[in-house]
Design a protein around this ligand. Structure first.
Ligand code: FMN
Length: 362
């Protein structure tokens, strides 16, 4: 088989990163063989069957445009988004995505570009018959930055978050097997402080879970699980300790409103040392190799805090199969990646899936 990734990879990397990403996604929509047959290593959680334990992380396919092609890369599941209720162009600064080749990292300050949930739903409908049924879709959702910016008070902000997440879950539930709430994006001011708001569990997650239950009752099916995406650092941009992470997630666990976490998003803390040119008010986030240590540490702490039946997805800095194995050994049930795919191509997906087949499950 022609190695299309190698063939196009050189060309893609000559382009600026955002253009390269758009070209990569267009290629994924072409009916060409992209990788050998996917590795089968099925994992089941709450009746959701994952083809294998390697997933595509959020942000790669924000608008669910290339799900069929991504499935052909061999992923066991695909997380699309972050999806917003209304279209949003993202931050106006340029460049918003920078390759840090020496570090096998990316710096990004995209700021939640989204074509909006209506376009995403149309894309999902269009691919319904050609998507493989054994690759579960995960919808990553978030509140619209412009609407948050316009909120007069913090409690108004929480109302907006709930209204938007409710709208998004209604629209996306028919297409996905679980939902991830993203309040940890490093380049949307307000978002991370909301994550730490003392009333977030009671005023957003409790009613959101109730809404998911009512959808399930109406459709006579199981409630979709709800996961929270964690940042790799606390509100002061310090690495998590067991007590700081506990303070954040315990209220959600005690009220039974989340079923697991994705650990982690990209790091604004690492931006200052690795990409000093970042705009001061928009630090952006570092993904890729330099993130590995703190994402792994977050997974280890999260495993101690979460109930044993919660789903823990490890993400951040996976560029080799050994990195992925380390996440599973630290307590993750599944892993996912983005930056590793940019630098190493789909061969990495297969190598990881094979390596994880050898690792005992907890
Ligand atoms: C360009 C880019 C865009 C991203 N967009 C999102 C996003 O929209 N929502 C989200 O939850 N995470 C987003 N992420 C974070 C990734 O999902 C992931 O958590 C992070 O990149 C760490 O994984 P990695 O080191 O394998 O890339 C984005 C990452 C990158 C590099």
């Amino acid at each position: 088989m022609i190695d299309y990734f190698k063939f196009f990879g050189h060309l893609i990397r000559l382009l600026p990163p955002e253009g390269a990403h758009r070209l990569g996604q267009s290629l994924l929509r072409l009916p060409i063989p992209l990788a050998p047959a996917p590795v089968s290593d099925s994992f089941t959680w709450k009746s959701i069957e994952f083809r294998n334990r390697v997933g595509l992380a959020a942000g790669f396919d924000k608008d669910a445009e290339s799900i069929v092609g991504e499935s052909r890369l061999g992923f066991g599941y695909i997380e699309f988004g972050t999806v917003l209720a209304q279209p949003h162009l993202g931050n106006a600064v340029r460049p918003r995505l920078v390759r840090l080749k020496r570090e096998s990292a990316l710096w990004n300050c995209l700021g939640f570009p989204s074509r909006g949930v209506h376009v995403v739903v149309n894309n999902l409908r269009a691919s319904e018959t050609s998507r493989p049924s054994n690759v579960p879709l995960v919808a990553n959702i978030g509140p619209h930055p412009a609407r948050l910016k316009a909120a007069a008070t913090e409690s108004h902000c929480l109302e907006i978050v709930l209204a938007e997440l409710t709208e998004l879950t209604t629209a996306l539930s028919p297409f996905c097997k679980m939902l991830v709430v993203n309040l940890s994006s490093p380049n949307t001011p307000v978002l991370r402080s909301l994550l730490h708001h003392p009333k977030i569990a009671r005023e957003v997650f409790v009613p959101l879970r109730r809404h998911l239950l009512s959808i399930a009752e109406a459709k006579k099916c199981q409630r979709l699980p709800l996961l929270l995406k964690l940042p790799p650092e606390d509100i002061n941009r310090e690495e998590w300790t067991e007590s700081s992470l506990q303070r954040l997630i315990s209220p959600m666990i005690e009220s039974g409103v989340i079923d697991g976490v994705v650990a982690t998003n990209s790091s604004p803390k690492l931006s200052s040392s690795l990409y000093p040119n970042a705009p001061r008010d928009l630090p952006g986030g570092i993904s890729g190799k330099p993130l590995l240590v703190r994402s792994l540490a977050t997974v280890e702490l999260a495993r101690k805090i979460l109930p044993s039946d919660s789903l823990l997805i490890g993400c951040g800095g996976i560029t080799t199969s050994d990195d992925a194995v380390a996440f599973i050994r630290a307590g993750a049930d599944l892993v996912q990646l983005y930056t590793g795919l940019v630098y190493h191509g789909p061969q990495l997906v297969r190598a990881i899936a094979i390596a994880l087949r050898m690792v005992n499950r907890r």
